[in-house]
Write a protein that binds this ligand. Sequence first.
Ligand code: CR6
Length: 822
Amino acid sequence: MNDLSDKRTAAVHFEPDDQVDRLKSEILRKLTYSLGKAPAAAQAHDWLTAGILATRDHAIDVWQASTKESYATGRKRVYYLSLEFLIGRSLADTLNNLGLTEPMTRAMRELGVDLPEIETIEPDAALGNGGLGRLAACYMEAMASTGVPALGYGIRYDHGLFKQGIENGRQIERPEDWLSFRNPWEFERREASYRIGFGGSVAASGPDQVVWTPEETVFAVAYDTPVVGWRGRDSTTLRLWRARAMHPLSLDAFNKGDLVGAVAERNRAEAISKVLYPNDSTPAGQELRLRQEFFFTSASLQDLVHRHHRQFGSLDNLAEKAAIQLNDTHPSLAVAELMRLLLDEHKFNWEKAWEITNATISYTNHTLLPEALETWPVALVERLLPRHMQIIFGINARFLDAVRRRSPDADLASLSLIDEHHGRRVRMANLAFVGSHTVNGVSALHSNLMKETVFAQLHRAFPERITNVTNGITPRRWLLNANPGLTRLLQEVCGEAVADDIGLVRQFGAHADDRAVQERLAAIRRDNKLRLAKVIQQDCGVVVDPEVLFDVQIKRVHEYKRQLLNILETIALYNAIRSEPYRDWAPRVKVFAGKAASNYTTAKSIINLINDVAAVVNNDITTRDRLKVVFLPNYNVSLAELIIPAADLSEQISTAGMEASGTGNMKFALNGAITIGTLDGANIEIGERVGADNIVIFGLTADEVEIAKRNPRPSAEVIRATPHLEGVLDAVAGGAYSPGERDRYAQLVEGLRLNDWFLVLRDFESYHQAQRRVDALWADRARWWQMSVANTAHCAWFSADRAIGEYAERIWHVPAGQAARA
Ligand code: CR6
């Protein structure tokens, strides 16, 4: 990790001025010859595109070197299959990784352009919903930074995650259009296009071999983007598939005057890569979604099998040279598709095909919420993918047979790949589990719960299969780039090399009591808060004081994440401040942001409530300088980069046992925010690292939640035992925050009273008390900064480089690049 690569050394040979001059002429060439614009006529977006194209050239140098090297050495490669890659913007990160931020800023300045300003008009690539998609993006960058040869496979959606507007307090969704002005980062690869079949019939052609004649075929065309790692050392490839029709137009239909019919096939085919399903942690369950899953899985497997065969002339050694990682169950069909390719196209027998498949594939589980586990009706799979359904039945029969022979009393019904209780459905998690050599959860608690709950039976059948790899985040984007102020301080205190070895931030811990460091931290945070305050004023029309505590909850809006707990407690606090205005309340601004799936009524109602509460609180002069509530619209990666470095308090308050890991929690802690949270997901591991004194924990534990669910305490009793709660609920239900529509929240509150499934009421008092501990800590500012230092100093472990190191060593068995080359 520590030695600089040749590429970097090469870059350093240029005198800084030469480098700036070179970049200037590169930008001007792009402007002139790629965009056809004279500098005098160029608009901000032209400069941005020219800047991206110039930067991309540097990325390509690294990319080609990486690709060449990994081919020449025949090293094992990782194929990361993910239906989501939540990338955000790329220019600032790529420049930073290439070590070109400074010279590019100067080059642009000398051309009369403000680089940071034009960087903000780059659209976010929002090909994901939340944590799972962002994790995939962090891992692509971390593999490039640690020299793990990798290809990420996904879908090139025309429309990424919808844009959220807030109108009259309510979420409205507008289509996202990131490709409308083309994507300067990508390369279309016409030669890499594959036929993807659907439907049709199957006929036996050999003992295990079958000929499948699909009824419908679409093309998958590859679009490649380089992802450059730290110091331009290596690059991975993001390969996204676009669906194209075999016959873009039916002239027959057209000539008969049937315009709609003429493009029907095209529309049906291209619908596959048209839009990202906006569901987070819950399956969409629609046929088009299954078509998306098979489309990208099949294209990716055909591609990697084809490449492997070309390079090695045989598939016998596939598992030695390829590791296929399934990011959740969305690409689970890979198990059946790889079997199909090996059996039907490459004529392996079943045993050998199965051995190769199992040794190549591994699977990451990202949720245990029962409603989130993907299943598909057998009838649908049979109709859409008849050969795959056969193979799944074949896998299942052999698997259940083997288990029956080993342990006659095993619970076959729950092990089966087919759920027989709900009208016969294929269990995608069981398929992925059985087809993989290793299955991992994403935090210690989550991996343990996997063994005890959803996968208990499978775990008994394969006691070695489940392992844990706690999630990680890339420190390049989430610390170095998002928080340059803090980065500078860390480099002064821990040495310049922290950028290369994030582990060095540990040394920051020794300065927790240093007044000068604390003052610097306070000034850095204040600057970050000022930047955020401007955006809050622009987007919410609310003026907030950067001196107050910034209390932040930003993430998808979901009942288990309990934004509702936060806003109900905010109301209690508001009431308390009004009744005792002269007590020394820690002045706060409550910052919320997050999208709700368009069909998730309760989540949308919670967004509405937050905005309605904000309207009342922000206009009340009695609480004016002590409490503000804001909901920032259209949460995305770029907004997170602005908000996280400005946060004092990080809200990680999910019902224990329900948040598999969380990754926002890690970003906040590394940037020095204090976590208020439950013992859930990676919060537990954050607490273990920063120490119990440097985190504010409340609420039931996962075990207690389990018990509480089995013996639910009546809500009425919980409410009676909890001070302030009745009044808060009555006010919300009675329309105190929605005077124009008094019953707007009647159902939301009624839901809590009937069944407090997420234990919002149960945890309310504990949360309220924890917030009062926060008040006290905030009042002792020296203590607060001590805690903040401890958080930054002890969170390097949550680096994606560490996580990728664990995958590489324990799951993929690929050596990290630097080590391999040394
Ligand atoms: N919603 C988990 O809920 C985890 C990420 C990445 C999630 C979250 O706790 O940090 O995955 N799960 O591992 C799914 O998307 C299914 C998420 O992002």
